[in-house]
Design a protein around this ligand. Sequence first.
Ligand code: THU
Length: 134
Amino acid sequence: MDRQVEELINAAREVRALAYAPYSKFPVGAAIRMKDGQIIQGVNVENVSFGATNCAERSALYSSIAQGYAPKSTVAIAICGDTDSYLPPCSICRQVLVELCDLDTPVYLTRADGEILELTIADLVPYAFDSMEI
Ligand code: THU
């Protein structure tokens, strides 16, 4: 595997330990690589009012904005849980990915056994709603 991809997946796997998931007990870690090479990590942060929960992917993406990165500055995304199947982003996160990343950005889904599936945002969101000019 490409060294940079491996580093990104490890960053997602490691930050998972910091997730705040007392309700689901389903910690998730995400890591995004920016155009300048920096990695930004995110975890899911749950709430007793379940709808206020933020997923790991959105935590990382929103953090990139707060750190001053412009939208479309992400070059790769990795997501890690502890699942037998490849852990995909939820549909709310997919829409946020469409807003903040290019559609051809690689997304690395992982399984607990270490297997990796590389997709793009376009694969995850066919017919994306990304503009009101239609
Ligand atoms: N979750 C994520 O953080 N990312 C995903 O890709 C799927 C789901 C979180 C949301 C919630 O805290 C928990 O996992 C169970 O749905």
